[in-house]
Design a protein around this ligand. Sequence first.
Ligand SMILES: O=C(O)CCC(=O)C(=O)O
Length: 254
Amino acid sequence: MITKEQADFYQENGYLLVKGVFKADEVETMRRAMDGIIERAASTTLDHNAAWQGDYLPPEELKKLVLKGFHDVHYHDASFTRALCHPNMVSILSMLIGPNVQLHHSKMLVKPPENGAAFPMHQDQPYFPHDRHTMMAASVHLDDTDEENGCLCVVSGSHKEGPIAHVGRHFLNHQEYPISMGTPCPAKAGDVLFFNYLTIHGSGPNRSDRTRRNVLFQYRDAEDAPSENTHVNWGQGLMVCGQNPIFKAYTGAH
Ligand SMILES: O=C(O)CCC(=O)C(=O)O
């Protein structure tokens, strides 16, 4: 699915956009799955606005922003289980991470039209630090994205800087790291943006009249151990490619 040159580009720049990983009907199935999750969540006390806060906009502007975000979507709909170990994903992951790849977690992010929330620039590393930094996100696009509806932006090569201190672990100081410093990565539905968890990234608000839906899978090398006992979920460590070289009893932690 990808060439050696593309894999080298990822190692050098810390990100890679791969076109057409999912077909139109697979994308449509995931869109419907997302709608179902939103509908079922709405009838519970677990529904919430997941918009990140910060100081990249005045407080009254921030209050208007909305993000529908739920974690571990593969526990809610099997279409995401199929997507996270889709043969195209397996082929790409084994070239970017190595032969033995595990899932860490999944989540869905829906930026509604007009007021879909931004993500201030950040690394994902502070949320779930690992020893060898093999962790990467695969952001699967379920809609076409551009700068107007808040496409992802990445800072090329920033993964080489290593972990950077974040404001309260969450995001980088926006004066020093404005969203505008990132390279916008517009994409089509079915494309996947892979980026290392040290790569500085973020996205602007959705100011368009179009929804922006992404599902994001985090993966790691099976031998890359968590440095802290954080962001743990049941079932973490599902093998997506290859074998687990470490034989141990799985208890739910890590
Ligand atoms: O999808 C986006 O726009 C950004 C998501 C993100 O940065 C994250 O979940 O860490």
